[in-house]
Write a protein that binds this ligand. Structure first.
Ligand SMILES: NC(=O)c1ccc[n+]([C@@H]2O[C@H](COP(=O)([O-])OP(=O)(O)OC[C@H]3O[C@@H](n4cnc5c(N)ncnc54)[C@H](O)[C@@H]3O)[C@@H](O)[C@H]2O)c1
Length: 396
């Protein structure tokens, strides 16, 4: 269990970090306070919605404008199907069926789609729904991004709670307010900035996380090591190996990662400047994921390779940085990218198509020295090709 302080994420939003066990108290607090309010007559402005025109949902829904939640309004819980299966007992304890409507998300990136988003919307409207009905996302980044986007749209914004169950979601995706789904046009191309009311951490979920998924989170921790706190480089290396993992270190690393991300996001919520640093390794990584058609290499592995490439460019531009901490983890990641050497030209072209580029330049996050990132426009295709070639040689 991990106790983190409240962190201000944006001017209008504060994300609370509380213990999973405190969740019950949180609901009781919210519902207890509202029971009194609920005794008053329904506001005049209550509107009956009829969504029959969409061909489904015979029920109509109350649309209440204030922040009160009726004691009997069930919570909508959007949960990764693997997590529901593996942690059923624990979830049922805090979210009993009588006060919770469960929606299971099939595991995998394919679920971050318009189709699954639409199913959540239909599901939400198929039962009692008010503006203050809480929507709780339980799962990794896929479930969090998808459910967060549904929460952002439903009734123009339901109160959202994240319970991240992967290391990546704990150290990265559950914090910062980015929600969204994928489209044929590209990954994360439909979405909204929408902050959760609280993020709840329980590291016991991680006991069932497969090692390969664990390493996805480790890649993001390594990223924080390069862009903010170099101590995390050693700590991530220790945590990557199941034999040297400890709960204390895990807690420390999650807390520090969340702190770094929160601080960056608080300064630049909509990614006009400093938030772009969080993309260190990602511009290279996204190109690799696209080239791979999201089949063999997962996000964390692509980011791991992408950081090696970005550090190579940093060194070629004269900065004093080392990829030794990454290369020492080569056997842990068990990544063989030798087969991609022939795709170097295509990978550089994919990088030029990145949605974050401006003025025909690739905006690369480089590292000047460990802990000091910078944003650098790069036009030189040969430089990028060399970085890819170096990376594939190192990881084959
Ligand atoms: N919003 C953001 O700021 C942000 C940041 C980084 C990544 N992302 C997004 O996050 C997604 C990747 O997230 P992810 O790596 O968490 O992947 P994921 O959500 O797909 O989860 C990975 C796998 O682990 C399983 N799983 C989850 N929790 C488990 C547990 N406790 N025990 C056993 N299995 C478990 C899932 O069923 C799935 O098979 C991508 O879509 C990426 O775009 C978003």
């Amino acid at each position: 269990m991990l106790q983190l302080p409240s962190l201000k994420i944006a001017d209008t939003c504060e994300t609370r970090f509380i213990l999973f066990d405190d969740l019950k108290l949180l609901w009781m607090e919210a519902r207890g306070a509202n029971t009194v309010e609920d005794q008053s007559p329904e506001p005049e402005s209550s509107v009956k919605h009829d969504n029959g025109s969409a061909g489904r949902g015979e029920k109509s829904h109350e649309n209440i404008d204030d922040g009160n939640m009726a004691a009997d309004t069930p919570v909508i819980l959007v949960v990764d199907a693997n997590v529901r299966h593996l942690h059923r007992e624990k979830l049922d304890q805090v979210f009993p069926a009588k006060s919770t409507r469960y929606f299971e998300v099939p595991p995998g990136e394919e679920s971050k789609s318009v189709a699954t988003w639409n199913r959540i919307i239909d599901f939400a409207f198929s039962g009692p729904l008010r503006r203050n009905t809480p929507l709780v996302a339980v799962g990794g980044g896929v479930t969090g991004d998808l459910a967060g986007f549904a929460a952002a749209g439903l009734m123009r914004g339901l109160p959202l709670y994240h319970i991240p169950t992967t290391l990546l979601a704990m150290v990265d995706s559950a914090v910062g307010g980015k929600t969204g789904i994928n489209h044929a046009f590209g990954k994360n191309t439909i979405g909204a900035f929408y902050h959760p009311k609280a993020v709840l951490f329980d590291t016991a979920f991680l006991d069932t996380l497969p090692q390969r998924e664990w390493l996805c989170g480790i890649s993001e921790v390594l990223k924080y090591g390069y862009i903010a706190d170099p101590r995390l480089l050693d700590q991530a290396t220790t945590l990557a190996d199941p034999a040297s993992r400890s709960q204390n270190l895990l807690g420390e690393v999650i807390e520090q990662s969340v702190r770094i991300k929160s601080e960056v996001v608080a300064e630049d919520a909509r990614e006009s400047g400093r938030r772009a640093w969080l993309n260190f390794g990602h511009t290279f990584g996204h190109a690799l994921e696209t080239q791979d058609n999201y089949c063999n290499i997962n996000h964390g592995e692509a980011v791991y390779a992408g950081m090696i490439a970005a550090l190579c460019v940093s060194r070629k531009l004269g900065y004093n940085v080392s990829d030794k901490p990454l290369l020492e983890m080569k056997n842990t990641y068990q990544l063989d990218l030798g087969a991609y050497t022939s795709a170097v030209d295509r990978l550089v072209t994919l990088m030029t198509q990145d949605k974050k580029n401006r003025d025909n330049s690739i905006r690369l996050v480089l590292v000047k020295e460990h802990g000091r990132p910078c944003l650098h426009p790069v036009n030189n295709r040969n430089l990028l090709k060399e970085a890819w070639q170096y990376t594939f040689k190192a990881l084959s």
